[in-house]
Write a protein that binds this ligand. Structure first.
Ligand code: NAD
Length: 247
């Protein structure tokens, strides 16, 4: 589904991002993944190469909140693969403090990665994609971007902002043939969720009509669809992948 395409995936070293990278490679794309540390980036590259030595994948560690570092990464990817067709803004962090103990610096920390970096990377991608004649940007939102959550207000606030960026950039960039969509996962079995004790996860599952948490591969399928020509007339959409757990 992505033969000949080139993708950049932020936060591609583990969890949902890693599943997206793998899915894109399996579907014929060349992928540049980025993470925070060289060691985790190399571990991800090694396990992908172990799986299939012919995968065309490379790794980067830019500070994705810094325009200069992001531009340099785009330049290097273009040098290596010739273009950038798809940007996946997936890197994200969360925090669960209640409002009485929440620090301004923690709020800013979440906003910096979950929102500012999406802006910075999308701007770099738009410049490149406009010149190329088109492209696709896909953001990672969350089901909490629809209803909020009862603590850790920075995280849902950041994902509401991601939806705003998605819908607005979809309208602004349509004239340049750039589609912008988001995927809003529900509770997904990444390392963090897998480690939760049964007494924590059971009541969560009870609120999910499909009766289970999502798998990273199921979320990655939505990114595959939105990155491919199968979604050529879809832009400005926040696609929920949450087993209908939307409240
Ligand atoms: P994870 O913690 O397993 O992975 C996060 C990724 O982000 C890692 O690759 C990490 O290297 C990267 N990252 C973290 N801080 C970074 C920084 N400062 N700069 C660059 N990269 C950084 O998380 P995950 O559960 O796979 O989540 C991925 C995305 O999905 C996030 O945007 C998250 O908000 C969203 N999400 C996750 C769930 C879930 O249940 N797991 C649900 C809804 C939305």
């Amino acid at each position: 589904m992505l033969k000949g395409k080139v993708a950049i995936v932020t936060g591609g070293t583990r969890g949902i991002g890693y599943a997206i990278v793998k899915k894109y490679l399996e579907n014929g794309a060349k992928v540049a993944l980025c993470g925070t540390r060289e060691e985790t980036v190399n571990n991800a590259l090694n396990s992908l190469k172990e799986e299939n030595p012919s995968y065309e994948v490379s790794g980067f560690c830019p500070d994705i909140t810094k325009p200069e570092e992001v531009s340099k990464m785009f330049e290097k990817v273009i040098e290596k693969y010739g273009k950038v067709d798809i940007l996946v803004n997936n890197a994200g962090i969360s925090q669960r403090e209640d409002i009485y103990s929440y620090n301004v610096s923690d709020f800013e920390w979440i906003m910096d990665l979950n929102v500012n970096a999406v802006f910075v990377c999308s701007q770099a991608a738009a410049k490149v994609m406009k010149k190329q004649g088109g492209g696709v940007i896909i953001n990672t939102s969350s089901m909490v971007s629809i209803y909020g959550q009862p603590s850790g207000v920075g995280y849902p606030a950041s994902k509401f902002a991601v939806n705003g960026l998605t819908k607005s950039l979809a309208r602004e960039l349509a004239k340049d043939n750039i589609r912008v969509n988001a995927v809003a996962p529900g509770v997904t079995r990444t390392d963090m969720v897998a480690e939760l004790p049964a007494e924590v996860i059971k009541p969560v599952i009870a609120t999910i009509p499909l009766g289970r948490v999502g798998e990273p591969e199921e979320v990655a399928d939505a990114f595959l669809f939105l990155g491919s020509e199968m979604s050529s007339y879809i832009t400005g959409v926040i696609l929920s992948v949450d087993g209908a757990a939307r409240s």
